[in-house]
Write a protein that binds this ligand. Structure first.
Ligand SMILES: N[C@@H](CCC(=O)N[C@@H](CS)C(=O)NCC(=O)O)C(=O)O
Length: 313
């Protein structure tokens, strides 16, 4: 969420509340409309957005680059929402040449009256949105396009294995509330009480994650297997020191100085896994937050640090 008036996202108690996504279909062999096909589905993403970032990581991990083309919006989110301004890092919308992401939402539903969010999983055949909820899109990419994947290792990769499902679900729910969305609840709070309540929850969650990594011994959150939980946590944690510490006032500590196990896990994912490294764009990330949220940073000056944005291995 970004842009608009302060009151657009805060309620009377000063708390930020994220809207519920509206397009909730899946692609599947058994679906009456949305069946798997190479090139039929496209992803619309922002490189700045942690929710969209999840889908880019899974697309690469699963070797879906040729199956599922991507369109990237520019890093700036203004009063009309995300746009396809190439001067601000967008690839442009190669299908419809839309100026704004909102044009796609209206193409899918002329009466759409909610926020125009990324990521969007788009069906080129029916010119509509299949799904705009990242948690569900990554599940779809994990299984439903497997028959189209050439590399056997990537096809086999399962980020939501049966024996770990209840643990993954439990951690996903907890970290969604406290950390993934928690940083937004801290940063978008419009009253000190709301900010103070939520920033403490963010740091409690970081403490839990630090303990969990210590307990499992890594290299991944749940031990020796990379799961959805790593992906969902990575896209928040990699933005933490560069953006959330100062921009969202999450400054009770930093990953690099106060959470050695999280820092090690983060650096390992970034430096050793191309799917994480190649999808992380610190320019889009820093410019988006610091220059789009003018109610938080009215002069749109982007802080230079921390340098480097992520520590070496
Ligand atoms: N529940 C959605 C949330 C997506 C979301 O809030 N995306 C933000 C960018 S980080 C967005 O596009 N906001 C546009 C707006 O609020 O107008 C998901 O996880 O897919």
């Amino acid at each position: 969420m970004s842009g608009g008036k302060v009151t657009d996202w805060a309620s009377k108690d000063g708390e930020f509340r994220r809207q519920t996504s509206s397009f909730r279909e899946t692609v599947s062999k058994d679906h009456s409309i949305f069946r798997p096909e190479v090139g039929r589905y496209h992803l619309y993403v922002s490189l700045a957005c942690p929710w969209a970032h999840r889908t880019l990581i899974v697309r690469k991990l699963k070797g879906l680059e040729e199956v599922l083309p991507v369109h990237v919006v520019g890093w700036y989110m203004g009063p009309n929402g995300w746009d396809f301004e190439t001067e601000r890092g967008s690839t442009g919308d190669a299908i419809y040449q839309s100026p704004f992401l909102r044009n796609l939402y209206f193409r899918a539903d002329p009466n759409y009256n909610m926020r125009f969010t990324v990521p969007v999983l788009w069906d080129v055949k029916h010119h509509t949105i299949v799904n705009n909820e990242s948690a569900e899109i990554i599940r779809t990419l994990n299984y439903e396009l497997n028959d189209l994947i050439k590399d056997p290792k990537k096809k086999e990769l399962d980020l939501y294995p049966k024996d770990l499902r209840s643990e993954i679900d439990r951690w996903n729910d907890y970290f969604y509330e406290t950390l993934n969305n928690g940083v937004y609840k801290s940063g978008f709070a419009t009253k000190a009480e709301a900010y103070e309540k939520n920033v403490k929850i963010v740091f409690e969650a970081l403490g839990k994650l630090e303990d969990l990594l210590k307990k499992t011994g890594g290299p991944y959150v749940l031990g020796d297997r990379l799961t959805e939980t790593d992906i969902r946590l990575y896209t928040t944690v990699v933005r933490f020191d560069p953006v959330y510490v100062q921009h969202f006032k999450c400054n009770i500590g930093t990953i690099r100085h106060d959470y050695p196990h999280i820092n090690k896990w983060l650096r390992n994912l970034y430096w050793r896994h191309p799917a994480f490294f190649e999808t992380t764009d610190f320019d889009h990330i820093k410019w988006h937050y610091t220059r789009s949220h003018t109610q938080i940073n009215p002069l749109s000056i982007t802080p230079l640090g921390p340098l480097p944005p992520i520590e070496p291995l």
